[in-house]
Design a binder for this molecule. Structure first.
Ligand code: IPE
Ligand code: IPE
Ligand code: MG
Length: 246
């Protein structure tokens, strides 16, 4: 058992990203429909957000719905969108109480009207908060994000706003959905899958990866603290040698 206090001795990841996976299998294990897993996943989201804010994490990014998830059965997609709207409505107060600013990445205009509107409203109503930035990845796909960035940069080249030889990593960064966020320091994926599933491909270039077997609805404060302690015990060399760092 680790405590919050132990964790505060080391450096926290500035940007923590989580692939919240395993809701469907969690429900199946209990003989229930997949949507039951999503309903229980919401609880884990709420707890994780509050714990990260309490800890003092600057940026938390949650993969909530991928561009590929549109291919799921309609009932499941509808349920996820309904849960999104309900959670946004319900959590606005808590976000403000915890000084959390909501942000979204992804092709959010492709969300159902109601979800899109509610999302923009909560983003606006939490916009002045100065604590943690909570980013929801919704209808997000890293390849779609990169494609959009390339289109925007090409348009600027065409209009002589940027010249090709001046395109650098900063310019690319500034055209991504994550333009205001630092690179990911720690990426956690639950459910035992060891893959990235089209999440933040550019931004995780030097992230520490942490895979855990528990299904998302079971992800607890203890799992979060363990993941961060594990992260704190790694040596991030960024291409250098261990000796150079000391
Ligand atoms: C993650 O759980 C939630 C979303 C992708 C929206 P899944 O729904 O992928 O659950 P599994 O992976 O099928 O168990
Ligand atoms: C990734 O999970 C997307 C989210 C967690 C929102 P998936 O369950 O969709 O990923 P794959 O299909 O197993 O790779
Ligand atoms: Mg899954």
């Amino acid at each position: 058992m680790y405590t919050f206090e132990e964790l505060k001795k080391g450096a926290l990841p500035k940007h923590l990203a989580i692939i919240m996976d395993g809701n469907g299998r969690w429900a199946k294990q209990r003989g229930k429909l997949r949507v039951f897993g999503h309903e229980n996943g919401v609880k884990a989201v709420r707890e994780t957000v509050e714990n990260c804010a309490k800890l003092g994490i600057d940026c938390l990014t949650l993969y909530a719905f991928s561009t590929e998830n549109w291919n799921r059965p309609k009932l499941e997609v509808d349920t996820l969108m309904r849960l999104l709207v309900a959670s946004l409505k319900k959590e606005l107060k808590t976000l403000n109480k915890n000084n959390i600013r909501l942000n979204a990445i992804g092709n959010i205009s492709s969300l159902p009207k109601k979800a899109h509107k509610e999302l923009l409203e909560v983003i606006e109503k939490t916009g002045k908060n100065t604590g943690m930035t909570l980013t929801l990845a919704l209808s997000y796909g890293a390849r779609e994000e990169l494609k959009t960035a390339v289109q925007q940069i090409c348009a600027k080249v065409k209009n002589n706003i940027i010249s090709p030889e001046n395109i650098d990593e900063t310019i690319i960064n500034n055209h991504l959905y994550t333009q205001n966020l630092p690179d990911v320091d720690l990426l956690i994926r639950t459910s035992g899958e060891h893959r990235i599933s089209n999440f933040l491909l550019w931004q995780i270039a030097y992230a520490e990866l942490y895979f855990i077997d528990v299904f998302w609805p079971d992800f607890s404060e203890q799992h979060l603290v363990e993941a961060i302690i594990n992260y704190q015990n790694r040596e991030r060399r960024f291409g250098k040698t261990s000796e150079q760092l000391n």
